[in-house]
Write a new protein. Structure first.
Lengths: 158, 721, 448
């Protein structure tokens, strides 16, 4: 279960961003890369990152659990995070969340039976004016998500 | 200096001081949890908020730098209001069930809640639940709901122990202290986390729920283990040692203890204690009374030698040396050519606290972290402040500190490698060479000593055992020392497991009197003696500090203090000078008015420093921390740690290849007459043609000396079966 | 492509169509002219900073600290590494301006950071970008590559003695990293837990080296100031409130979005730019500076101008420029409940009052919202908020407390109604149309 050569290369370029004696700075980037490859951060994956960066394993675990976007458990193929903060809520994101829940048949924090979707409630994503906003697998942001657009999105995410 | 006024009282403190430093100087107590004077400032608990004139809000005393003319009020309305509110926050999620908490009665939160807490709670919601964790045999994390997230334990690991064993994961209300999944917390210093945890979250696993703090009598003592001489508080209930805690001594152990010092007491109450004198009759041990046993012993002690443990007390060693027989205490040493050529007693060469002042240190032949956990800790702090630590050794274990340079060579090459550090050391303003246990046990120990001296900087010895200096003060070696002792047909052994504690075989002796605190199969008569908690005595530490201690409990069953046993033996042998009534008289006779400081010297002369090459594969033997003495090796919790794993045959990939073995495979290691079947393990940092096989363990006890040539051959599966 | 409209006064967000973010486009808009001018004319760093002071530019991230003054704190002669850090960890609910700057005009931020590096003799600049806007992070990295290729960043910039490295660092879901010292901890590969100050970053910042941290929009304004002069920037706004400011207008308005206006523009004008109230409803309340700032009732806001000093006078703060607009249908209890949940969820857990107090506040507001409140709860809320505010290392404690106090101050009758009638004054019944009542269970189900 070791990281791929491609991931290792990407981690190297993250490490290169920081002074030579500050490899630990690359831990967030390395965990993002590892999660992108594996889908989530298993203990052995975090151990491996600790080894690469010369960190105590528990220090890596601290970072992975502090930042909300790391997956410490496997998720569905598509993790959908919808922001429900006050401004988004005022602009209809709660309705959008209800629509998502109804369409997927799951609540926040749950995964569909077919393993396709995990639904998460998000905090501010810095895109409030474009609410409702849905983030797919931490990477692709969809904004102004009306119910119709949500239906299209769900169809597209196989 | 800065002038500051605190609660109306003026005090001067140096630049860079915090308000907490100033209040400490005045003896004004400011409540706190996360602040610990040996740890970095976190300022997270907020309990020490005080009012500072002109500041718009209360400030944490621990983190606020003093400015000249500052006026601070630690107990004003503003300060008290802030402190009380923080206490309320701390308590809303903390279980309020002190009567069933192991920490009850010695809990900082409980104590401060009396002064700063309300009489009832305004918090009506459900309290936070944090799951318990199994983090190994020493520290219990059974009640993590009690944690107040002060992070002292985390900072201790990062800053003092040098290894981050615990971390605080998650965030906000979900933040919790954990070890990494599946990892245990048992670095050689981890027990200190129990002391610094201000609440009942981290507790002592062996001690848990066995006594209440107010039931315990507190008695001062001194650690019998390594040469540091840690000061102890031995806590006793109904004549039983229940727990050992550090007694703060800034000059010695600061406020810390190694786990060996802290948890070895569990051996004191073990089933393996020898409760009565025993005689071997027809190959079987039979209990007997003291008189019979002593008479039997005296009858056999003709033309005998004495081997005494360096963990024995000064008084015991003194009397052991007066029995009219050659005697020695350097059980693991193998080079005695320095005897008679040293100007004085080998010692650390400086006070322990002065280690911090060194700017360049070369540590030669030391398993530093495991042999001297708290000296390693001091050097770790020094390294952080810029002291260069250089290493010359045959293994490259992680010392958890910054190493400026290292040279890893075979044991035979150690001697000739010392001079290569000459320029580095001479470039320092206050440099020293510290010789570790491995260097002292080396077959060319005297030459190594002389070569170190030749560099021209300070030389120090890291004392192997509690009385490595004291043994010399007691007048040992005597009568030609260990080489002569081993020639004798009869032996008196004091406080040891000879196969494990002595690098030399005692199998040649026809008659053995074994003074031991524990059951043993060695000897013809076993005389039960009292371990350090049950006798009075003195240890002279590696810095030459003479530390006397009293018995903390009465001896178990028929066990007797060894100094009394030796006195009686002396009398029965008809020797003069054994008329002592008290241990103080023995000590006075031993010291004879001499100041120990005047006896210490690391000067040596008349030693040749030619290396002796060794052919073939060389053995590198460490004495793992929890195999090092009879007490440690019988402490169940210590024996469950990672450091107590059975020895393996460690070698680098090159040697593994030439032997045709793989990690996990089996090899037969032969040395002299003995052999040991061991599992192979890989360590590519080892020098070529060396195999690391630990001593001090039953599985390797049959092997010969700790150094020299060994043969290693692969055991095929068929052979193994 | 149609041009993006940030308003007639825009200087940072002008000439943008969403696709013209590349180096050549930026240069065509006059980009990098400021840097070239500095290098060519060997402008002295002291003079740059003096002009910046004159411009009245104040930090756009929330605290509004004068930028020129901040830059002057940097010990330029200090040997060794010194850092410039851009805070693009935009996560204050209501704020979404930096995302637009970074995705539509990234080189303005890069140029501003290079000039900052020059002015403060820094050796490297890091931009810490909110993890949720990953595509924007990738675009910024792409823009940075262009700047390197053009010789604007790296060794011997434009042939001068000045060398300066730049990198981007992605956050990954922790609001607290918008606090500058938490951001530094995070950059160092640790949990983003704020540091106690002093020492301040200017003396002990990233890796313990002198460091200056500014918001994205602050850096973006710097090239304009260099090109046009500090006086010109100041003249756009009001004394002590120089220049234009991007406001993110969200909530119950017809056209939520970012608008760049001169500081001192009346709120009413800004509301009009955002299309007025959605569905013609009546304005009830506004949080004028991001969710951490006190809420102000409509009648006060309609008389207030959008600049640091005016909003402070009105009883709130301009903060990050996030204007959250609420109409007459808004239940203020539910609004506070969602805000309180945010701070509870985002507390880093370091300081006792915030770690314990934010959860307490949220749970009591939740109780009131769901019809289980008691009259004593109002005093309790106020007191718990008081006990958090000013007692923590960073301002998150204050941020959690201030909304509670201001909502209770201005909308107490709604809380009282919830308690007395077990229903909502506005919505008449307690049913979660929006907000997060019932969205989760506040007890520690996870642990049990």
């Amino acid at each position: 279960m070791t990281l791929s050569v491609d991931s290792m290369k990407k981690i190297d370029s993250e490490v290169a961003k920081y002074p030579a004696d500050q490899k630990q700075s690359a831990v967030m980037g390395a965990l993002i890369i590892a999660q992108d490859e594996k889908g989530w951060l298993a203990t052995e994956t975090m151990d491996e990152v600790a080894g690469i960066l010369g960190m105590a394993p528990v220090a890596v675990y601290e970072v992975a659990t502090f930042y909300g976007m790391y997956n410490l458990k496997p998720t569905g193929k598509h993790k959908l995070t919808i922001c429900t903060c006050l401004p988004c809520g005022l602009q209809g994101s709660l309705d959008a969340a209800d629509h998502l829940k109804a369409r997927l048949g799951i609540d926040f924090g749950e995964t569909t039976g077919d393993g396709r979707f995990t639904l998460k409630e998000g905090e501010c994503m810095g895109a409030c004016a474009m609410a409702p906003v849905i983030l797919v697998n931490n990477k692709k942001m969809h904004d102004y998500m009306s119910n119709e657009k949500i239906d299209v999105l769900l169809r597209e995410l196989k | 200096m800065l002038k500051v006024e605190i609660d109306g009282r003026e005090v001067e403190v140096p630049h860079g001081s915090t308000v907490m430093d100033a209040t400490n100087k005045l003896g004004i107590y400011v409540p706190h949890f996360c602040y610990h004077r040996k740890l970095s400032i976190a300022a997270n608990c907020r309990m020490c908020l005080v009012e500072v004139e002109k500041a718009p809000k209360p400030l944490p005393a621990c983190a606020t730098p003093v400015t000249d003319g500052m006026k601070v009020k630690t107990a004003s309305g503003v300060a008290k209001k802030a402190q009380n509110s923080v206490m309320e926050f701390l308590l809303i999620n903390h279980p309020l069930d002190c009567p069933i908490c192991d920490q009850g009665g010695e809990c900082q939160l409980q104590d401060l809640a009396v002064g700063y807490g309300g009489s009832s709670s305004r918090f009506e919601e459900d309290k936070r639940v944090v799951l318990h964790k199994d983090i190994g045999p020493l520290v219990a994390a059974e009640e993590m709901s009690r944690c107040i997230q002060c992070t002292r334990c985390v900072r201790f690991g990062q800053e003092v122990a040098g290894v981050m064993e615990l971390g605080m994961i998650g965030r906000g209300e979900h933040a919790e202290i954990v070890a990494f999944v599946g990892k245990s917390v048992d670095s050689e210093l981890s027990g200190n986390m129990i002391d610094i945890c201000p609440v009942g979250a981290l507790t002592s696993k062996p001690f848990r729920y066995s006594a209440r703090t107010w039931e315990l009598a507190r008695r001062k003592s001194v650690s019998p283990h390594d040469g540091l001489g840690s000061n102890l508080v031995v806590q006793v209930k109904q004549n039983k040692v229940m727990r050992v805690l550090p007694l703060e001594n800034e000059q010695v152990n600061e406020c810390w203890l190694s786990d060996k010092d802290r948890f070895s007491y569990e051996a004191l109450n073990s089933e393996e204690r020898l409760a009565a004198p025993m005689l071997r009759k027809d190959g079987r041990w039979e209990e007997t009374d003291w008189q019979t046993a002593l008479e039997f012993a005296v009858k056999g002690l003709k033309d005998f030698g004495v081997l005494a443990s360096p963990h024995a007390t000064l008084e015991e060693l003194f009397l052991a040396g007066k029995l009219g027989a050659p005697a020695d205490f350097r059980l693991r040493h193998s080079d005695f050519s320095g005897d008679g050529k040293r100007k004085g007693i080998p010692w650390l060469g400086m006070p322990i606290a002065d280690l911090a002042k060194l700017d360049r240190v070369l540590v030669v032949g030391s398993f530093l972290r495991k042999d001297h956990p708290l000296i390693a800790q001091r050097l770790r702090q020094a390294a952080k402040r810029g002291t260069q630590i250089h290493v010359l050794h045959s293994v490259d274990d992680d010392w958890l500190m910054k190493i400026a340079s290292r040279k890893i060579v075979s044991p035979a090459e150690i001697l000739n490698s010392i001079s290569s550090f000459s320029d580095i050391l001479k470039g320092g303003k206050n440099a020293a060479i510290l010789l570790g246990n491995f260097a002292q046990q080396h077959p060319q120990a005297a030459s190594i000593h002389a070569a170190a001296q030749a560099i021209g900087v300070k030389v120090g010895f890291l004392g192997e055992a509690a009385n490595s200096v004291g043994g010399y003060v007691a007048g040992l070696p005597s009568g030609g020392g260990l080489p002569e002792v081993l020639k004798k047909k009869a032996l008196l052994l004091l406080n040891m497991d000879p196969q494990l504690d002595c690098a030399h075989s005692v199998a040649g002796a026809k008659f053995i009197v074994n003074l031991s605190a524990f059951k043993s199969d060695v000897g013809d008569v076993l005389l039960p003696i009292a371990p350090f908690t049950e006798t009075a005595g003195t240890f002279v530490s590696t810095e030459g500090r003479v530390q006397g201690f009293h018995a903390t409990v009465r001896p178990l069953a028929d066990a007797r203090p060894a100094w009394k046993v030796l006195r009686v033996l002396g009398n029965m042998l008809g020797l003069p000078g054994f008329e002592y009534e008290t241990v103080e008289q023995v000590r006075d006779a031993c010291l004879a008015g001499r100041e120990v400081a005047g006896l210490l010297s690391n000067e040596i002369s008349g030693i040749r420093t030619d290396a002796k090459p060794v052919q073939g594969i060389q053995r590198i033997a460490d004495v793992p921390i929890y195999f090092a003495d009879p007490l440690a090796r019988r402490s169940p919790p210590l024996q469950r740690t990672r450091d107590a794993q059975a020895p393996r045959a460690w070698m680098n990939a090159k040697l593994m290849q030439s032997l045709g073995v793989k990690p996990g495979g089996l090899v037969l290691v032969k040395q002299g007459e003995g052999e040991a079947g061991l599992v192979v393990a890989q360590d590519d940092k080892l020098p070529d043609d060396c195999v690391r096989v630990a001593a001090g363990h039953a599985s390797t006890a049959d092997l010969g000396p700790m150094f020299g040539a060994v043969s290693v051959e692969k055991i095929t599966t068929q052979q193994a079966a | 492509m149609t041009m993006l409209d940030y308003g007639p006064d825009a200087i940072l967000m002008t000439g943008l169509d969403g696709g013209n973010w590349r180096l050549k486009d930026y240069e065509a808009r006059g980009g990098y002219a400021a840097l070239k001018k500095i290098i060519a004319e060997k402008i002295k760093p002291e003079d740059l900073i003096a002009d910046l002071k004159k411009s009245g530019l104040r930090g756009r991230g929330g605290a509004g600290f004068p930028t020129g003054l901040k830059w002057s704190f940097m010990p330029r002669a200090f040997p060794g590494a010194k850092y410039v850090v851009c805070n693009s960890d935009e996560g204050e609910p209501g704020t979404c301006k930096d995302r637009d700057l970074l995705r539509y005009n990234p080189h303005s931020v890069i140029e501003g950071m290079i000039i900052a590096g020059y002015a403060m003799a820094a050796t490297a600049g890091y931009n810490y970008i909110h993890g949720e806007i990953w595509e924007t992070y990738e675009r910024y990295e792409e823009a940075l590559k262009e700047a390197y290729a053009a010789g604007y960043v790296g060794r011997n910039i434009l042939g001068s003695e000045f060398s300066y490295e730049m990198h981007a660092h992605a956050g990954y879901g922790a609001y607290i990293c918008g606090e500058e010292t938490a951001l530094l901890e995070s950059l160092e590969g640790k949990k983003g837990q704020p540091r106690f100050k002093p020492p301040f970053p200017a003396s002990y910042g990233l890796y313990g080296k002198p460091t200056t941290i500014n918001n994205t929009e602050t850096f973006a304004a710097v090239p304009w100031i260099v090109r046009n002069g500090g006086d010109a920037f100041l003249a756009l706004g009001k004394p002590n409130n120089g220049g234009t400011k991007l406001f993110s207008v969200t909530g119950h308005v017809a056209k939520p979005g970012n608008y760049e206006v001169k500081l001192g523009t009346p709120f009413a004008k800004l509301l009009e730019m955002a299309g007025g109230m959605r569905g013609g409803k009546k304005l009830k309340a506004v949080i004028p500076g991001g969710s951490s700032m006190p809420v102000l009732p409509a009648e006060i806001m309609m008389k207030t101008d959008m600049d640091y000093d005016s909003i402070a006078k009105a009883g709130s703060m301009l903060g990050s420029g996030a204007v959250i607009v609420m109409d007459e249908t808004t239940c203020m209890v539910r609004a506070l409940e969602r805000l309180s949940y945010f701070y509870f969820e985002e507390s880093c857990g370091q300081c006792t009052p915030c770690r314990e107090g934010t959860g307490w506040l949220y749970r009591v507001v939740h109780r009131i919202e769901t019809g289980h409140g008691k009259m004593e709860d109002l005093a309790l809320l106020d007191n718990v908020a008081d006990n958090i505010a000013g007692r923590t290392i960073c301002a998150l404690g204050d941020a959690a407390a201030l909304p509670v106090k201001s909502f209770l101050k201005h909308y107490r009758q709604e809380f009282v109604h919830h308690i007395e009638h077990r229903n909502c004054l506005v919505e008449k019944e307690i049913e979660p149309k929006w907000g997060r009542a019932g969205a989760h269970s506040p007890s520690m189900a996870k642990a049990a």
